[in-house]
Design a protein around this ligand. Structure first.
Ligand code: MUC
Ligand code: MG
Length: 375
C-alpha cells in the first residue's frame, strides 16, 4: 500500500507524569518528575504512529508547557491530521504555514507521522532522512544532583557500569566560584576516564562568563553550553574568542534554521546542540545540522529529557548524520523511575543502541498510560 492511499483516522494524546530517579537541578528549575506529552495517530487499518513532546520545569525552560502542548495538539493541530492523507512533508508544510511557533508540538506531530509511515512502508524512520550511518550513538549523562560527593559517586557508578563516560554538569545557580570548585572536584575525580562539560542554561551575564570559562577550562572542562541569555550573540561571540572551552548554543536554537543562521553569522558558537523539539521537528533539525556542517560547526545530539518515544526519534535522526564530534546525551528514559516502552532502549558500552523495526522501532506499554496519565 502506498503512503498516499493511507488516511489518518484518529489522533489521541496523553499527558504522563513520571517521577525522576533523583532531583535533577538546573539553573532554571529543579525537576523531581517529568511531564511527557504522548501523541498517537491511528490510520484506517488500525496502525499507529507515536510522537512525543516534552519540556523541562513547566515554563521554566521554554514558552511551551506540557499543558499548553497538549491543548495545542488537541485543539489547533488535530484538524491538520484527522481525515487527512498520510503525507508527512505536505502535512508539515501546511502546519508550518498555518501555525506559528509551537515547535515542540510540531515535533511530536512529525515524529508520529514518520513512525506511522515507516510502519505502513516497513521502513525505519532513519530511512526518510538519508538512512543510518550507525546503530550506536555515544551517550553522555548529566550530573545534576546538586551535591558534589553525590555527583562523584554517580559518575563513578556510570563508569564502572560502562554506561557513560561523558558527563555534563548543570551549573549557574550558585556563585560561579562555588560552581567552579564543584566542577573541578568532579573533573579531578574522573580525570583520564571521562570528559566533563557544563551547561549554564543562560544563567550568566558576560562579565561572569568571561571569568568563569577560563577557570572551568583550566579545571578540565572541554565545552560550555549556553552560558549567556539567548539574545546576547555579541557576548557569545566574545566568549568564542577566549580560546578555551568550546561554546555550544542550545536554547538559542529554538526555532530551527533561522536562529541557527543568525548565530552562525554572528560567530557566536563553536557547536550546536541539535534538538528535534527545539527545531520544530525532524526535518527542521536536519536542516539545522546541514547548515551548521557547511560552516564547520561541531554537532551534538541534545535532549529535552524526553522519555523513550522522543529519545528514539532523535536517535533515528542523529544516526543518519556525519561529523557528530560531541556525541549525544540521549539518556532521558534513564532519568525516569518507569520506562514507558514495552522494550526499553538499550544503553551499554557508553552508548545508546538503536532498535530495529519499522518506524521508530518501539511500542508503548499500555500500563504506562493507565498508570501515569493525568486526567
Ligand atoms: C539542556 O539544557 O540541555 C539536557 C540534559 C539535561 O540534563 O538537561 C537538558 C536540557
Ligand atoms: Mg542545554
Amino acid at each position: 500500500m502506498s503512503a498516499s492511499s493511507v488516511t489518518i483516522e484518529r489522533m489521541q494524546c496523553w499527558l504522563l507524569r513520571i517521577p525522576t530517579i533523583r532531583a535533577h537541578q538546573l539553573a532554571v528549575a529543579t525537576m523531581r518528575e517529568q511531564r511527557i506529552v504522548i501523541l498517537e495517530l491511528t490510520d484506517s487499518e488500525g496502525r499507529t504512529g507515536l510522537g512525543e513532546a516534552t519540556t523541562i520545569g513547566g515554563l521554566a525552560y521554554a514558552d511551551e508547557s506540557p499543558d499548553s502542548i497538549r491543548l495545542t495538539l488537541d485543539i489547533y493541530l488535530r484538524p491538520y491530521l484527522e481525515g487527512v492523507q498520510l503525507d508527512p512533508p505536505a502535512i508539515m508544510a501546511a502546519l508550518n504555514a498555518g501555525i506559528v511557533g509551537n515547535y515542540f508540538a510540531k515535533c511530536a506531530v512529525e515524529t508520529a507521522l514518520y513512525d506511522l509511515l515507516g510502519k505502513v512502508e516497513n521502513r525505519q524512520l532513519s530511512d526518510y532522512f538519508g538512512g543510518r550511518r550507525t546503530n550506536v550513538l555515544p551517550c553522555a549523562w548529566t550530573l545534576a544532583s546538586g551535591d558534589t560527593d553525590g555527583d562523584i559517586a554517580e559518575a563513578q557508578a556510570m563508569l564502572d557500569a560502562r554506561r557513560h563516560r561523558d558527563f555534563k554538569l548543570k551549573i549557574g545557580k550558585r556563585p560561579w566560584q562555588q560552581d567552579c570548585a564543584h566542577v573541578a572536584a568532579i573533573a579531578d575525580a574522573v580525570r583520564g576516564e571521562a570528559s566533563v562539560r557544563v551547561d549554564v542554561n543562560q544563567a550568566w551575564d558576560f562579565e561572569t562568563a568571561r571569568h568563569a570559562i577560563p577557570a572551568l577550562h583550566e579545571a578540565g572542562v572541554v565545552m560550555v553550553e549556553q552560558p549567556l541569555p539567548v539574545h546576547d550573540l555579541a557576548g557569545a561571540r566574545a566568549l568564542c574568542e577566549l580560546n578555551g572551552a568550546a561554546i555550544m548554543a542550545d536554547e538559542a536554537l529554538r526555532g530551527g534554521v533561522y536562529p541557527a543562521r543568525r548565530i552562525m553569522a554572528a560567530g557566536a558558537a563553536h557547536a550546536f546542540s541539535l534538538k528535534i523539539a527545539q527545531a520544530g521537528g525532524l526535518t527542521a533539525c536536519a536542516e539545522v545540522a546541514d547548515t551548521a556542517r557547511t560552516a564547520g560547526l561541531g554537532l551534538y545530539g541534545g535532549t529535552m529529557l524526553e522519555g523513550g518515544v522522543g529519545t528514539v526519534a532523535a536517535a533515528q535522526l542523529f544516526a543518519t548524520m556525519e561529523a557528530f564530534i560531541w556525541g549525544t546525551e540521549l539518556f532521558g528514559p534513564l532519568l525516569l523511575t518507569y520506562d514507558i516502552l514495552v522494550e526499553p532502549l538499550r544503553y551499554a558500552e557508553f552508548a545508546l543502541h538503536l532498535p530495529d523495526g519499522p518506524g521508530l522501532g518501539i511500542a508503548i506499554n499500555p500500563d504506562a498510560i493507565a498508570e501515569f496519565a493525568e486526567q
